[in-house]
Write a protein that binds this ligand. Structure first.
Ligand code: SF4
Length: 437
C-alpha cells in the first residue's frame, strides 16, 4: 500500500461552520435537478434504460405531464422530499433522447423550472444530445435558452460498430454536430464512447485485428474533435437486450475478455492524457475546469431531484424513484399525485458505504477525516492494514490538517468494484453515528 506516516487520521473535526467532513464534501457541487426525457427514435441493441418510441403527440403530452410534476415537486408538503430551500447548481436533461425536444418544448420546461425553483446564476445546464436529432438550429436555440453544456451520445465513430449497436446516426454525424455546437456558442461539449465491443479481443498472433484497431481509431477521431469532456464506458449487457440475445445465438462476434477490455481501458487513459484531458473519475476525463458538476454531485452523495418516469432522487439520506412506466406516470399526475415508485431511508451503514462506492470513483478520492467521521478512530489504520488492499489504495501525506485523502491507485481503476467491496469489509460496521446529520 502506498501509505504515508501521519495520514490525517486525527479525528473528523467539524469545521468552523459546524459541518462534518461529509457535509462539507457533499455540498461542493449540488444540489442538482435531473429531467428524464424517455423518447428515442429507435432502440439501440444494448440499451437497458427506460425508453419509449412515441411520436410528436406523445412527446407533447409528456411535456404537459412533466410540467405538472414540476409544480407538484415545488410545493411538496412532506419535508423529506422538499427542495424549497435549495439553490440548484446544476440541471441535466437525460434520456432517452432529450435533443428530440423542440426549442419551444425546451423553453416551456426551462421557464417552468425557473419559475418554481431557485437556480444559481452560473448553474450548469446540460442536455444529452444524439447526433441525428441535435440539428444546428436546435443547438443554437438551446444555447439561447441558457443551456451551457451539451453531451453527445456518440458511442463509436466506426460505421460497422454503429450498425452493431443499432445507433440511429452515421459515423460522420458526430464531427458535424461538434462543429454545429461550437458555432452555436457551446464552450462545454462532451462526447460519450463505449469500449469492449464484440469482436475486439486482442489477436493471438500479435498483429492487431481490424476490429481491435477500431477502438483506437474511434478514440483518436473523437479526441481530434477536441471535446472539453469525454466519458467512456465498458459495454455492459443485460441478458434481455437484443445485442445480448444475438451474442447468445452466436450472431455477433464474442465480447473481449477482461484482460483485453483492461487493455482498451489503458489505451483510453493514455490517449486522453496525451490529449490534455485529465481523468477525474473512473470513466470520465475533462479539460481542467470542464468536469461535469452534475455528476460530481452524485459521486459526492449530494442531493438531487429527479423528474420524469424512472428518475431517481436523493435528499439527506432519503432516496426515492419515480414509476418506470409512461401510463403510470401520466395516471399519477392526472390525480395530482407525485409519481413515486420506491422510497428508501438509508441507514448510517449504507450512507457510509456510499462514500466508498461513489466517493472513491473520483480520482481526488475521499478525505480521511470523512472515514474517521463514519467509522471512528482507527478506521484509516484498519484500511491500511489489509494486505489485499496494499496495491489498490494510495494515501496522501497530510496537506493541511484534515485534508489528506485516500484514492484508488491507477491499477485499481479497472477493478474498482472489487476494491470497494474489500474496503467496506475492512472498515466493518460504522461507529461515527453521532456526527451524522
Ligand atoms: S439513444 Fe440512448 S437511450 Fe435511446 S435507445 Fe439508444 S442508448 Fe437507449
Amino acid at each position: 500500500m502506498r501509505s504515508a506516516p501521519g495520514n490525517g487520521t486525527t479525528g473528523p473535526g467539524a469545521g468552523p461552520s459546524g459541518e462534518t467532513p461529509s457535509e462539507r464534501e457533499r455540498g461542493r457541487y449540488g444540489p442538482g435537478i435531473y429531467v428524464h426525457f424517455p423518447f428515442c427514435v429507435q432502440r439501440c441493441g444494448y440499451c437497458d434504460f427506460f425508453v419509449v418510441l412515441g411520436g410528436d403527440d406523445a412527446r407533447e403530452a409528456y411535456v404537459e405531464q412533466l410540467l405538472r410534476e414540476i409544480d407538484l415537486a415545488a410545493r411538496s408538503q412532506d419535508p423529506r422530499f422538499d427542495f424549497s430551500d435549495a439553490t440548484f447548481q446544476t440541471l441535466f436533461f437525460g434520456g432517452g433522447t432529450p435533443s428530440l425536444l423542440t426549442p419551444l418544448q425546451m423553453e416551456t420546461i426551462l421557464t417552468r423550472l425557473r419559475s418554481r425553483f431557485r437556480f444559481a446564476e452560473d448553474a450548469e445546464i446540460t442536455v444529452e444530445c444524439n447526433p441525428e436529432s441535435a440539428t444546428a438550429d436546435r443547438l443554437r436555440a438551446y444555447r439561447e435558452l441558457g443551456v451551457n453544456r451539451v453531451s453527445f451520445g456518440v458511442q463509436s465513430l466506426d460505421r460497422e460498430e454503429l450498425r452493431l449497436l443499432d445507433r440511429a446516426h452515421g459515423a460522420g454525424d458526430a464531427a458535424r454536430r461538434m462543429d454545429d455546437a461550437r458555432r452555436a456558442g457551446f464552450s462545454a461539449v462532451s462526447l460519450d464512447l463505449i469500449y469492449g465491443l464484440p469482436g475486439t479481443a486482442a489477436s493471438t498472433s500479435g498483429t492487431p485485428t481490424e476490429a481491435e484497431m477500431r477502438w483506437l481509431r474511434t478514440l483518436e477521431s473523437a479526441l481530434a474533435l477536441q471535446p472539453d469532456h469525454l466519458s467512456a464506458y465498458l459495454l455492459g449487457l443485460e441478458p434481455h437486450v437484443p445485442l445480448a440475445r444475438k451474442l447468445k445465438r452466436g450472431q455477433v462476434a464474442e465480447l473481449p475478455g477482461d484482460e483485453d477490455s483492461a487493455a482498451q481501458y489503458d489505451t483510453l487513459r493514455a490517449r486522453t492524457s496525451a490529449n490534455g484531458l485529465v481523468q477525474y473519475e473512473i470513466s470520465n476525463f475533462a479539460r481542467p475546469g470542464e468536469e461535469s458538476r452534475h455528476n460530481q454531485n452524485y459521486w459526492l452523495c449530494g442531493d438531487y431531484l429527479g423528474l420524469g418516469p424512472s428518475a431517481h432522487s436523493h435528499r439527506r439520506g432519503v432516496r426515492w424513484s419515480n414509476v418506470k412506466s409512461l401510463p403510470g406516470y401520466r395516471d399519477a399526475l392526472a390525480k395530482s399525485v407525485r409519481p413515486f415508485d420506491t422510497e428508501e431511508v438509508l441507514d448510517p451503514q449504507q450512507r457510509a458505504e456510499e462514500w466508498i462506492f461513489l466517493g472513491l470513483r473520483r480520482t481526488e478520492g475521499v478525505p480521511l477525516p470523512l472515514i474517521t467521521e463514519w467509522w471512528g478512530e482507527g478506521a484509516v489504520e484498519r484500511l491500511q492494514a489489509v494486505p489485499a488492499l496494499e496495491k489498490w489504495l494510495e494515501f496522501d501525506q497530510p496537506l493541511a490538517p484534515g485534508e489528506s485523502r485516500v484514492r484508488l491507485a491507477p491499477e485499481a481503476l479497472f477493478v474498482s468494484n472489487t476494491v470497494f467491496a474489500e474496503c467496506c469489509e475492512a472498515l466493518g460496521p460504522v461507529r461515527g453515528r453521532g456526527l451524522v446529520k
